[in-house]
Write a protein that binds this ligand. Structure first.
Ligand code: AMP
Length: 318
C-alpha cells in the first residue's frame, strides 16, 4: 500500500565526536522516505527553498520515491537544523533551527498523495500534521512522530493530532513528558485511552517508545514487545535514526496489508515491523546523515535481520 509522508526536508549541520558535516541532506521526511522506500511506494509532501540542490532531489527520487508534492519555493530557504552530540550519543543539543519555507506552509496534497492508504506524519508542527491527516480521512494506518519542542509549545494541538492517529512513535522521555507519567507503560496506556474527535474513525492503538541505543518497545491494547538496538561497535552519527526506524516500521506494515485483522496490523506483524525498523536504524547510525541508508541493499538488511533474530532468542525454561 503506498505511503504518504509529510515532514521536514532539510539541510543539517551536525557535529559528533567522530566528525562533522556542514550542510548535509536531512529532515524527518527524507530519512523516513529513504527507509520506507525499501518496502513500498512513498510519496513525500513538503516544501524546499530555492537553495535545495537538484542532486538531492535526484537522490530521493532514485529510490522510486514520488517527489511531485515536494514544493519548491524559489525565494525561500530550505529548513535548516544544527545539532551537536557529545560522547553520549543518546543526547544531543539543538544549536539552531530555521523553519525557512515551513513558515506559512499550507500543505496541498495531489490526488495521488491523498489516495495513499498509509500516512506518516513525521515530526513537524502539529497543526500541519492535523491539516494533512484531514486530507486522508480514509487512510488505513496513520502513524505520527513528534518531539519535545511541540510538547512544550503546542501540546493541545499535538494531543488532538495523536488522538486522530493509529500509531504514535516517540522517544521514551517524550512519552513521559507528554503524559506527565514517569512510568512508560502507564504513559502508553493513557495515550491508548485518548478518544479521537468525530471527524476521524478511531484513536491510537499502537505506541512505539524509541529508547536510543537501548532499542525500542511496543505497547498495544493487549500486548507488549521490546527489542534491543542491534549491537554496533562504531556509531558515527545518530541523526535521523528515529525517522529511519519509523520508515522501516511503517514501510513494513504498508507492504504487508494481509497481516492485518479488522483493518489493524496484528501483533505478529507489528513485531516483525519492529525488527525491520531496528535493523534499518542500525545502518543509519553507521555514517553521517543519509550516507549509509542511500546505498543499503536488501541483502544487507536480510543478513542483519537474521543476526538480530539470533541474538534475541532464548529457549523457554518451563
Ligand atoms: P531524528 O534524529 O530521527 O530525531 O531526526 C533528525 C532530523 O529531524 C534531522 O534531519 C532534522 O533536520 C530534523 N529536525 C530537527 N528538528 C526539527 C524540527 N523542529 N522539526 C522538524 N524536523 C526537525
Amino acid at each position: 500500500m503506498p505511503i504518504t509522508v509529510v515532514g521536514s526536508i532539510a539541510y543539517d549541520a551536525v557535529k559528533t565526536p567522530f566528525g562533522e558535516r556542514e550542510r548535509m541532506l536531512g529532515g524527518a521526511a527524507v530519512h523516513f522516505a529513504l527507509a520506507a522506500s525499501l518496502f513500498d511506494e512513498v510519496r513525500v509532501v513538503g516544501p524546499v527553498g530555492g537553495d535545495f540542490r537538484q542532486e538531492d532531489l535526484d537522490l530521493i527520487s532514485r529510490r522510486g520515491v514520488d517527489v511531485s508534492d515536494i514544493e519548491r519555493i524559489d525565494g525561500g530557504r530550505t529548513f535548516f537544523w544544527r545539532g551537536e552530540y557529545g560522547w553520549d550519543l543518546n543526547s544531543r543539543e539543538t544549536l539552531d533551527t530555521q523553519l525557512g519555507v515551513f513558515e506559512g506552509f499550507q500543505p496541498k496534497l495531489s490526488e495521488s498523495s491523498r489516495s495513499s492508504e498509509v500516512l506518516f506524519l513525521a515530526n513537524i508542527q502539529p497543526d500541519l500534521q492535523r491539516q494533512v491527516r484531514a486530507q486522508l480521512p480514509n487512510a488505513r494506518f496513520v502513524a505520527l512522530d513528534s518531539m519535545n519542542l511541540w510538547i512544550d509549545i503546542a501540546r493541545d494541538s499535538l494531543v488532538s493530532a495523536i488522538a486522530g492517529c493509529d500509531c504514535l512513535i516517540l522517544n521514551d522521555a517524550e512519552l513521559r513528558q507528554l503524559t506527565g507519567k514517569p512510568n512508560l507503560i502507564s504513559a502508553a496506556r493513557e495515550i491508548l485511552s485518548w478518544q479521537p474527535s468525530s471527524d476521524v474513525p478511531r484513536g491510537p492503538s499502537v505506541i512505539v517508545a524509541k529508547q536510543g541505543e537501548y532499542g525500542a518497545a511496543l505497547i498495544t491494547r493487549d500486548g507488549f514487545f521490546a527489542l534491543p538496538a542491534y549491537p554496533l561497535e562504531n556509531v558515527i552519527d545518530p541523526t535521523g535514526a528515529g525517522d529511519t526506524f519509523a520508515g522501516g516500521f511503517v514501510g513494513y506494515i504498508a507492504a504487508h496489508p494481509n497481516g492485518s485483522g479488522d483493518g489493524r496490523p496484528s501483533d505478529e506483524l507489528l513485531r516483525q515491523a519492529m525488527a525491520y525498523a531496528t535493523v534499518l536504524a542500525s545502518f543509519n547510525v553507521e555514517e553521517f546523515g543519509t550516507e549509509r541508508v542511500e546505498r543499503l541493499t536488501q541483502e544487507e538488511i536480510a543478513a542483519r535481520l537474521s543476526e538480530l533474530h539470533a541474538i534475541t532468542q532464548f529457549s523457554h525454561v518451563p
